[in-house]
Ligand binder design. Structure first.
Ligand code: NAD
Ligand code: ZN
Ligand code: ZN
Length: 388
């Protein structure tokens, strides 16, 4: 079968690889019909996520049709049209029972992840051996462990093109908004106007935010404005010399926003500083975004981190956090299974429209080219639907 594989830093290729087989009794083999590329895949492309190996199949957001299943799968049958959650949960461990499926204790046994973080996230499809070493869904077929837990049936009223984004983007954006307690009247500032930031803006308005301010540096701000005329924007690359994002925000909201959401991370945020310095002897900057967030929000404001950081970040303004009672919240890898039934209903009812963020439709064979465009934010590329 064809699949997109990682072949080293900044190199991905479409290759012929063996088709997956059932391994455990709760496995499902899914014939993939749609997938997409996520900002998180860029961290893999850049080689910034540890324990990625040449030949690993990428892709953690996909939907498809059930091809075959193990004898212990009870809620699905061959031919069911489903979407997969990006992380892999068992459904019955300590965290799964609390609805925190993204922290499942059974699906990732990586020792380095444990040593670095004092605990592990659940396994994630196509996201290195640091998150369990599972093959991803940017492929014709994929093995889905614990199929009953990690696949959601799509009704006829929700086409693949809409249902696909329940894999990650929709649940992740919803998670950062509810986890930071966005409520009626709040002013919400969002760093990063990519798909995650965009859907977070959507959900912030749905939860009653009075103002949403998006911060980015490229055409995506105009894209966002065309979809949500109410949104306010800050292009940090166009600020007058000497004016910081924090100063600009104080000008717009003198007391400061109630909530700040980090939807960027990656290479931009230089969040890997400590890890690189320690392990590779490279010098890097520290992240400024978290400092911008904690110095911008009002006292006792909430700051949520959804962008993916690897390890330590230097020079965090702990003084500001302590003195002004800032609530710094790690939103975690989002437990999408906790929300996806409700979110599917919102898609069905038209309360949210994931197609708003989709700008391109391509075939699996073209996916390697998409990576470089998506990385450079070229060609107006916002979110891609990859037909398999
Ligand atoms: P993306 O790369 O498409 O968008 C990121 C945006 O941030 C870009 O438009 C970029 O121009 C902007 N940006 C760069 N530097 C900035 C700065 N200093 N200030 C403000 N904006 C800046 O990514 P995406 O798909 O929208 O994902 C966003 C982040 O969310 C990524 O780090 C991704 O890994 C993470 N993510 C987390 C989860 C989770 O469960 N926690 C799930 C999915 C994605
Ligand atoms: Zn993703
Ligand atoms: Zn579990």
């Amino acid at each position: 079968m064809k699949a997109l594989v990682w072949m080293g830093k900044n190199k991905v290729e479409i290759q012929d690889v063996p088709k997956p087989r059932l391994v455990e009794s709760r496995d499902v083999i899914l014939k993939v019909t749609g997938s997409t590329v996520c900002g998180s895949d860029l961290h893999l492309l850049h080689g910034a996520i540890v324990e990625l190996e040449k030949g690993d199949i990428l892709g953690h957001e996909f939907c498809g049709v059930v091809e075959s299943m193990g004898p212990s799968v009870t809620g699905l049958k061959k031919g069911d049209r489903v979407v997969a959650s990006f992380q892999i949960a068992c459904g019955d461990c300590y965290y799964c029972n609390k609805g925190l499926t993204s922290m499942c204790e059974k699906t990732n046994s990586d020792q380095l992840a444990y040593d670095m973080y004092g605990g592990r996230t659940a396994g994630i499809f196509g996201y290195s051996h640091f998150t369990g070493g599972f093959a991803g869904g940017q492929a014709e077929y994929v093995r889905v462990p614990y199929g009953d837990v990690n696949l959601l049936k799509l009704p006829d009223s929700v086409p693949d093109e809409k249902g696909l984004y329940l894999s990650d983007v929709i649940g992740t954006s919803w998670n950062c908004v509810v986890d930071t307690g966005v409520e009626k009247g709040d002013v919400v500032a969002i760093w990063g106007a990519g798909p995650i930031g965009q859907m977070a803006a959507d959900f912030a308005f749905l939860n009653g935010a009075s103002r949403v301010i998006a911060i980015d540096c490229n055409w995506r701000l105009d894209y966002l404005k065309s979809k949500y005329p109410k949104i306010e924007t800050i292009d940090f690359s166009a600020l007058p010399r000497g004016t910081s994002v924090t100063a600009k925000l104080k000008e717009m909201v003198p007391r400061g926003p109630d909530v700040a959401l980090e939807c960027v991370a990656g290479e931009y945020a230089k969040g890997w500083a400590h890890y690189f310095e320690l392990l590779l002897g490279m010098e890097t900057d520290s992240s400024e975004i978290i400092n911008e967030m904690v110095t911008s929000v009002r006292s006792y404001g909430r700051c949520g981190i959804t962008g993916v950081y690897v390890g330590y970040t230097n020079h965090l303004n702990i003084g500001a956090i302590m003195e002004r009672g800032i609530r710094l919240i790690g939103n975690g890898q989002a437990p999408v299974q906790k929300y996806w039934v409700d979110l599917l209903r919102m898609v069905e009812e038209g309360k949210i429209d994931p197609l708003k963020m989709v700008t391109h439709r391509v075939k699996l064979e073209e996916l390697d080219l998409v990576y470089s465009k998506f990385e450079k934010k070229e060609d107006g590329m916002q979110k891609v639907y990859v037909q398999t």
